[in-house]
Structures are given as C-alpha cells and as structure tokens.
Write a protein that binds this ligand. Sequence first.
Ligand code: SF4
Ligand code: SF4
Length: 363
Amino acid sequence: MEYRGYGISGSRTAALGFGGMRFESPQDTDKSAATVLRAFNKGITYFDTAPGYCEDQSEIIIGTAVKEMKKSGEPFTVSTKSNKPDGTVLRRELERSLKRLNVDVIDYYNCWYVLTLEDWERRKKGGAVEAILKAKEEGLIRHAAFSTHLPGPHIRQVIEEGFFEGVTLGYSVINSPFRQDGIRAAVENGMGVVVMNPLGGGIIPPNEKAFGFLKARPEQNMLEAALHYLLSDDRITVSLVGFRNDNDVDTAVEAVNSFFPYTADQMEYIESRVAREFNSFCTSCMYCNVCPEDIPVWAFMETHNHFRLKGGEDILGHLRGYWGTAIDALERCTSCRKCERACTQHLPILERFEELKAAVKTS
Ligand code: SF4
Ligand code: SF4
C-alpha cells in the first residue's frame, strides 16, 4: 500500500481510500462491516462515508467496523460530511455522525457537495462553515474540508477564502481538465486532495478501446491503468473507490500494490490525450436525480457515454437491458433544465437527449 501526507497538515493516510457509498447489502451491517475490515487489514486507512449513503446505513456500517479497528491499535481515519447550510442543523448532524461512527473525533469533516458559488454563499450565510470551524476548535473534527463538483476556477475561489485544509472532488481522466485548476489551487495552499469517482463512474475499466492510452505497460489491466495514472500524480492524497464487496476491495488493493510510477513523458502523453478527448463525459454521479417528470436523466446520460464510445448500436437495448427504461420517457421532458442546473459536470443534457433520439431514429 502507498501512503501519503494530507497536504501540510501532518496527517498521513493510505493513497487508496474506502468509498462507503456502494455497499451491495447495506441492510446486512455485519457483512458490510466485514468488507470494511478486510480493507483495513489490507492497509486502507481512509474510510469515507456520509449521512444518507446506502439507504442511510453507511455511517452505521463504518462505525461497526470502527469498533473492531480500535481494538487493533493500528491507525485509521474516518471522513464524513454534511450538506446542511444551516449551522445548527449541521451541528446536529455532526453529533449524530460522531455517535454512529463510534469516534470522539472525525478526522476529515466535509462541507458536502458545494455545487455552485451561490450554494457556497448559502453555506457561509447559513452558518455551516462557522459550525464546522467551531467543531474543529472544540476538537470534534481534526481536519475541515469541502467536497465539490465545481469547475476548477470556482474550486480555486473557495480554497482561496482559506477556511479548509482539504478538498474532496470528483476527478478522473474523464474530467481532469475541468477540475485541474482546483487541484493546482489545493496544492498551492498546502491542502490534502481526495478524489472521488477515480474510475469515471465505472466507464474506464470496461472500455480499453477508448482508454487504452492510460496503460504504460502491456501487462496492466484497465483498473490498474486508471489507478496508476492517479497514483502517479503526487498532488493527489487519496483516490476513493466505492467498494461493493470483498472482491472489489481485493482487486483495487492488488491494483495499488502493483503500482509503478509513470514517467514524466508518460504523464504528459496521457494528459495531452485527455485534454483533447475526455472532458465531457457523464460520471454517473446521479446528482441529476431531480426531474419533476421522473425521467432517469443519468440513465440516458450514461447511455450517451456508450453511444460516444461505441457508436449508435443498440441504444434501445442498452436503455432497456441496463436501465429498464425506454427512449419514449424523454417525451415527458418539459425542458425545465432543472437537471442541467444540478449536473455536477455542467453537461448539456437536453442537447444529448436530442442526439440520442436522432441516433435511435437513424439506427
Ligand atoms: S429538463 Fe427534462 S429531464 Fe431535465 S429535469 Fe426538466 S423535465 Fe426532467
Ligand atoms: S448527467 Fe451530470 S449529474 Fe447526471 S449523472 Fe451525469 S454527470 Fe452526474
């Protein structure tokens, strides 16, 4: 396992983090906690969760594993979040997280999901930021951070206001140009950088044809290539992978254990390919799940990714077989653009709906 410093804070953590948002059996606390412990025993020390994840069971699962981790005497850290703008409500949520996680101090506490600069202003006005800093002063939080899907220059703006020691952001080859300036700003300000969605919402590993340029050596598989590329970027402290089960833990740990840093030339080549080709893919984060007409926007956007990668073949089959929906659902769209305003990647969703419809007609 690879270990790294969290900015200039003095804290250290494993470079592969446990993302607690994808447990396959969240109602089975013991089974899920066993997966967390398996990761801990393999050297993972950063465990990320949030209220609401996995039917609101994720904090409870991590907290169950924490009881066992404490007995080992080995180091581990927990990260959780609150998206509440109101400071009083955030404080209540933080106190509940402490109890659920079975800790006296939360190592990394994130002002969660800052989506726009207006939203950021609401967090400050509502008292959320103040409540986080007060909890830190009281010793309930070790490091204050924020999690965001903002574009790079906006992330820089928040960072330069100087409240936080770390940033958690969606980042992979698919969207790296879009967030690059945020990473630069974090490093300039001595902050820890935690990346979510390092596999591009699962798009990268199965698509060797499109992403094969990430491989530096022929024997690497695509999971290794995606992770090795991020691990070769020493500005990134932790790459968070969402684990469903023991097998996901084993394969990701194996990928990290076979890490061999890419050369500067290899990184430059990948970055030039990325800058040209991959800044506008849907990452399947599902934050566009806000449609008043109940259209599963993310399903159509993920299908659009496949359409771009593989051409127009079998769009209808993919929608039906993978998502249980049909192209006709788009007829309900009223063009209110609520989904576009919620999209973490700021993608032109309605334009893509039209492209899908046109591709279906001509196929
Ligand atoms: S623009 Fe269409 S798909 Fe998006 S939220 Fe509005 S009705 Fe739903
Ligand atoms: S369309 Fe945007 S918000 Fe929706 S899943 Fe894709 S990236 Fe996320």
